[in-house]
Design a protein around this ligand. Sequence first.
Ligand SMILES: NC(=O)c1ccc[n+]([C@@H]2O[C@H](COP(=O)([O-])OP(=O)(O)OC[C@H]3O[C@@H](n4cnc5c(N)ncnc54)[C@H](O)[C@@H]3O)[C@@H](O)[C@H]2O)c1
Length: 516
Amino acid sequence: MPASPLDPAVITNLTRSIRSTTGATVTVIAPFTGEVLHELPVSGVTDVQESYAQARLAQLAWARAGFARRRAILLRAHDLILERTGLLQDTVQAETGKTRGQAFEEVFQAAGVTRFNALAARGVLRGGRRRSAIPLVITAAVSYRPKGVAGVITPWNYPLSLAAMDVVPALAAGCGVVQKADDQGALSILSLRQAFIDAGVPEQLWAVVAGDGAEIGGMVTEEADYVCFTGSTATGKRVAAQAAGNLTGVSLELGGKNPLIVLDDVDPARAAADAAPACFTAMGQLCVSIERIFVQRGVADAFLREFVAVTRSLKLGAAYDYSTDVGCLTSQAQLDRVSAQVADAVTLGATIEVGGRARPDLGPFFYEPTVLTGVTAAMECFAGETFGPVVAVTVFDSEQEAILAANDSDYGLNASVFSGSVRRALRVSGALEAGSVNINEGYRGSFSSVAAPMGGLKQSGLGRRNGPEGLLRFVDAITIARATGLIPLPRTGRDFERLAAPMLLLAAVLKGIRRR
Ligand SMILES: NC(=O)c1ccc[n+]([C@@H]2O[C@H](COP(=O)([O-])OP(=O)(O)OC[C@H]3O[C@@H](n4cnc5c(N)ncnc54)[C@H](O)[C@@H]3O)[C@@H](O)[C@H]2O)c1
């Protein structure tokens, strides 16, 4: 098992930028080995308050700096992220237990998100004139004002991507950020942040705090001008309830139980090969990963055979190079949760087609990618998010049956349809209750489309990140309407009497113009 390649001096330098006056630390374990990775300083409530106070001061100057300056700095950050790919991969792997390839995906995505927001912010947030209901009398213009300092709360599974998707649009829109990092993702976030600081983002503008979720996350929510939360649905509801007390806006990116529908006109071998990464990337610890596959009867046997073979062929292991296909789970808690769900399913009659075993010979948190059949509603993994490398395969007959089964979930985050016919795939996609649907692909299409919005329906979230929608979260739209003076505004009843007829005539003319 390889030791972490991270230089202890680099770790100490990075963790120094966590605001912490408590003197307390929390031990962070390297998932590949179970050994201590580092001691993370823990913030207190006053550290969060001080972070907000300083970020608010920095934000005023940042907002005044304007789009062109912010864009130049963010584009430089984009370049630095790519220049530091190796270091960022090492950090993500050491903290999460991902493979080299999956860590690369994160780095590349963080860079892509940065580039998109740097280039798009001005166009999306420029504002401009808007049509008035009484055109000759009033003109109206909208401008977008940064909300102030956003509170960003992130989980441990995709520390770079998830930080970038909330922090970068906030910065691009002229906001500051106080981010509550999960203990297990803090180093990656600090490494990413360093690229932005080196590119010219003021240090105080993006503060990172760490510590207990309820206490420190709660304080981040309390003080924020806007809250971006990524994590479980249960915690997301708590955050939303707390934010509601201050009427603070929130975006919530929550859990999923994402379905993949395999129609009977696919090449089963190809479909199986494409389905595997959708289920097992990051050991299934990805909000958009597939946990339910519905396969049409005509192709079911061939697909299952191929899918089991592909899953069995995946190379598990701890390596800081590209020699493995699948890494490990990130913590003992994750291993316990995944093992318990599989045990529950087997006890209640499910069949393990492949996998279903922990692999302590490879490292403390390794678990084999697992394919189950015979999963029923009585089992915990039927409806509850596993957030691990476990997928249930179920056979269906008609498209309608598959759509009903896929939509039979409290969640609605991501979905996927595999078909040889684009028309068929689009028909089924349009009926699915999910914030994103990928055709002939599991999750990467929508996850990497940084210019398109991403988010959940039902219990999977509120609001959208990425795309223009992701930027608009961080601004208040302010309308300034002005009396033109060309026609005096009515003040008295007689004024209205005089104006009513010409205004009705004007409305009729405008209606005619619109019709033409
Ligand atoms: N939809 C998405 O984009 C997305 C992305 C990644 C993960 N997730 C979801 O995240 C979950 C896994 O992450 P997790 O187990 O770390 O989630 P979690 O909800 O336990 O924790 C998420 C973050 O919230 C903090 N937190 C905990 N209690 C809090 C409180 N009361 N107030 C404020 N912050 C608090 C935690 O410290 C952590 O930083 C899964 O359900 C997964 O689907 C969703």
